[in-house]
Design a protein around this ligand. Structure first.
Ligand SMILES: Cc1ncc(COP(=O)(O)O)c(C=O)c1O
Length: 389
């Protein structure tokens, strides 16, 4: 099926299997446990695809985006309820957000420090605008001898969250509207990685311990804010890899999900869920340097994060292909070894990317297929002429 589709398009191409994708949308909505699901745009990077998810089920409400310029772009496209997942400093874009907020758009900026509030306050005054903000509370677990989590928010306890909330209260132009605690060590760490049995056991044990702590921390922060008189529109947590645990917490009102929709390579390695791979890229064979080696044009789309083999794309069709250790996935040439497949020049080789959205930065459009038929062409952010990070 994939090969048939790839043979109908100009290569290289990005291909979306709509059956698998829609199936993922359904499965993810099913696991929401009554919570709202906010879509992580970094893991999608296409307006058309975001719209497809939002229209697929009413569980999907709102977006989590990654840059203020992107928030403005999305608001302009008609989206609303946009949470900026990370603090930012682009004053021009923030000023536009301050003005859009006064005009009735709901965009939340992320804060975890007094400096963030000071900047927003001064921009709101300058524009006669206002900001809605969300406090990011750290969900990492500092186990003895091991820091299990990410280095993002410095707010590690109720006292520091309350202190920041009280600072926000002093501003007439910055309003506290939400709380987010993102448990990256649960959502973004695979615990069923092939040939790593011991590591999987350790990660599973750490995850179990950490999940209990996260639930306590999130509840303590929410209770303290409520007791101090703050009323919040939403409590956000989680990601694809923690949907099944984050959605069981009483205080959580919404879970963020992005990667699960395309289900890239890194999301093959989780114990508690399996979505269907839906996004592929196809490269053309352009040379045959040996009888069992077929060299493709392009392919060096390495994923972000700590670098390792798990960040490299993998050939998936024809089956049993493998990258060469000495060349890997190259900037312009990617040789693949196939012992049992004969390919001609121009034939497609299909790959999966390690992460979800980054590959969209390499292609202008996504060729969408259903069964053996190409049914639609979606633009990526890049295809719309925008690039944010
Ligand atoms: C703040 C935040 N929330 C949620 C997510 C989860 O996104 P995904 O479902 O794509 O793993 C991420 C991913 O990095 C994130 O940074």
């Amino acid at each position: 099926m994939l090969e048939k589709i790839a043979k109908q398009v100009t290569l290289p191409a990005l291909l979306l299997d709509l059956q698998a994708f829609d199936n993922n949308c359904e499965q993810i909505a099913h696991k929401a446990n009554g919570k709202k699901i906010r879509i992580a745009t970094k893991s999608i990077r296409s307006v058309d695809v975001l719209q497809r998810i939002l229209h697929s089920n009413e569980t999907y409400q709102g977006l989590m985006c990654f840059s203020p310029r992107e928030a403005v772009f999305l608001a302009d496209k008609g989206f609303d309820d946009i949470l900026l997942g990370y603090p930012c400093s682009d004053e021009e874009a923030l000023k536009e957000i301050a003005t859009l907020t006064v005009k009735g758009k709901t965009i939340f900026c992320m804060v975890d420090a007094q400096e963030h509030i000071d900047l927003l306050e001064s921009l709101a005054i300058e524009t006669n605008g206002k900001f809605f903000v969300c406090i990011d509370v750290d969900m990492s677990s500092a186990f003895p001898m091991l820091y299990f989590g990410v280095r993002r928010s410095p707010l590690k306890d109720v006292t520091s969250v309350l202190a920041l909330a009280n600072k926000i209260k002093q501003s007439s132009r910055v309003e506290l509207r939400g709380l987010m605690g993102y448990e990256a060590q649960i959502a973004g760490v695979g615990d069923n990685v092939p040939a790593q049995n011991l590591k999987n056991k350790v990660v599973n044990t750490l995850k179990k311990k950490s999940i209990k702590e996260i639930e306590r921390k999130r509840k303590a922060a929410v209770d303290a804010l409520k007791e101090a008189g703050f009323s919040l529109d939403f409590i956000n947590g989680g990601g694809t890899g923690s949907l099944h645990t984050t959605s069981t917490e009483d205080v959580v009102t919404e879970v963020t999900v992005g990667s699960g929709f395309y289900s890239p390579l890194l999301f093959d390695y989780y114990k508690h869920f399996k979505y269907s791979p839906s996004l592929y890229f196809a490269l053309p064979v352009v040379r045959k340097p040996a009888s069992n080696i077929f060299t493709c044009l392009g392919g060096g789309y390495i994923a972000s994060g700590p670098h390792g083999k798990d960040k490299v794309p993998q050939p998936v069709y024809p089956p049993n292909g493998r990258l060469l250790d000495l060349e890997g996935a190259g900037e312009v040439q990617t040789p693949i070894m196939f012992e049992n497949s004969q390919l001609n020049i121009g034939d497609p080789v299909l790959f999966r990317h390690a992460k979800a959205g980054e590959i969209c930065e390499r292609f202008n459009e996504i060729v969408c297929f259903h069964g053996n038929e190409i049914v639609q062409h979606y633009k990526t952010y890049r295809g719309e002429g925008v690039s944010f990070l």
